[in-house]
Design a protein around this ligand. Structure first.
Ligand code: PLP
Length: 397
């Protein structure tokens, strides 16, 4: 697909009628593990599905085009994508990552550091001085994650990438929270973008997958070499489903972020909500940077509930929101990061990142916004009644 099309067209047209046999509108699914050679000395375009697969190649091309990358690698999971970037560092090299990155990324980096495979430094990348001090230590790789998970902190990608590259680091951005529809980190100076395609890109909560997309061909080739070497490439059927989900990325995310804006505004106006973390709100500290570097505010938000509400009871009382990890799907989800998505962090690391036990993360889906808001307030009302009842019981007894 040529890059001159608008990104909306790239997603809708990815793989359409590319089938060499019948020009099927929906590209075929090639499940074959291996492929015949016409001649033992002529290696075919695809010889073995770990190294290359026609269905996976369609998804790779589509995501590379959307992110403006020279080359992409589709991995089995988002974590495999993050881990694949570590193939670019040598033993003992320093990796700088956000102090409030996804819990699984935190676990991976600390586990590899504990084994002595890398050194890792977690810093608040929204604090320029702290970030500059980390760069002064000469990292080989800098990982940016913005908006961050779960506090939606906004890192200035252009400024951080420029400083990190000047310090000689490879700059990787985890773009999972926005998808290529709303943010393109390569255009802002990063070398590599990673995605958990499990989230917005597939969008239907029926596949786990990842992608690594490199701005530079040689870096992309190196990543593809390691992906084949270590065997982390994604399955063809997963690529097929993800390509199918990708086609509706733009309309899905447009509706989801509109819903998220309405939910955030409703929650911000309630006294039982002490804080709403949503970059679309004008008082969010990263609002101006988000306006500049994003094409929308996304559909993720987190809220801190006051002591008047029993947080776990509030989650138990939700009828429409499903209490589950993950995000970016068509359905609305709620979770408590401290015990769910970020349980892989130590309590100290969570405290340092500002992730309290009263924090609830919401992934807003495609339902009608009024139903979502009613569901949240119904759950908060019931959880507040439960707190009052418990207070009265304690006072009486
Ligand atoms: N990066 C971010 C920002 C995530 O939120 C997640 C998962 O939630 C991952 C990476 C890991 O992706 P996966 O669950 O597909 O392995």
């Amino acid at each position: 697909m040529t890059r001159s099309y608008h990104p909306e067209t790239l997603t809708a047209a990815a793989g359409v009628a590319t089938d060499p046999a019948f020009r099927s509108a929906a590209p075929p699914l090639y499940l074959s593990a291996t492929y015949g050679w016409r001649d033992p000395e002529e290696k075919p375009a695809f010889d073995y599905s770990r190294s290359g697969n026609p269905t996976r190649a369609e998804l790779e091309r589509a995501l590379a085009d959307l992110e403006g990358a020279a080359r992409g690698v589709i991995t089995a999971t988002g974590m495999a994508a993050v881990d694949l970037t570590l193939a670019l560092v040598n033993p003992g090299d320093l990796v700088v990552a956000p102090h409030d990155c996804y819990g699984g990324t935190f676990r991976l980096l600390t586990a590899r550091a504990r084994r002595g495979q890398i050194k890792v430094l977690f810093v608040n990348q929204t604090e320029p001085e702290e970030f500059a001090a980390a760069l002064a230590q000469g990292p080989k790789l800098v990982l940016i994650e913005t908006p961050s998970n779960p506090l939606l902190r906004i890192t200035d990608i252009r400024a951080c990438a420029a400083a990190a590259r000047k310090a000689g680091a490879i700059v990787v951005a985890d773009n999972t929270f926005l998808s290529p529809a709303l943010q393109n980190p390569l255009a802002l100076g990063c070398d590599i973008v990673v995605h958990s395609t499990t989230k917005f890109i597939n969008g239907h909560s029926d596949v786990v997958g990842g992608a690594v997309l490199a701005r530079d061909e040689a870096l992309g080739d190196e990543l593809a070499w390691w992906a084949n070497c270590t065997g982390v490439t994604g399955a063809p059927f997963d690529s097929y489903l993800t390509l199918r989900g990708l086609r509706t990325l733009f309309p899905r995310i447009a509706r989801q972020q509109e819903n998220a804006g309405l939910v955030a505004a409703a929650l911000a106006a309630d006294q039982r909500v002490s804080r709403v973390y949503f970059p679309g709100l004008a008082d969010h500290p990263g609002h101006d940077i988000a306006r500049r570097q994003q094409k929308g505010f996304g559909s993720m938000l987190s809220v801190e509930l006051t002591e008047d509400v029993d947080v776990l009871e509030a989650l138990r009382g939700m009828r429409l929101f499903t209490v589950a990890e993950s995000l970016g799907g068509f359905e609305s989800l709620a979770c408590v990061p401290a015990t769910m998505t970020h349980a892989g962090m130590t309590p100290e690391a969570r405290a340092a990142a500002g992730i309290s036990d009263r924090l609830v993360r919401l992934s807003i889906g495609l339902e009608h916004p009024s139903d979502l808001i009613d569901d949240l307030f119904g759950a908060i009302d019931r959880a507040a009644i439960a707190v009052r009842r418990e207070g009265r019981r304690r006072a009486a007894g």
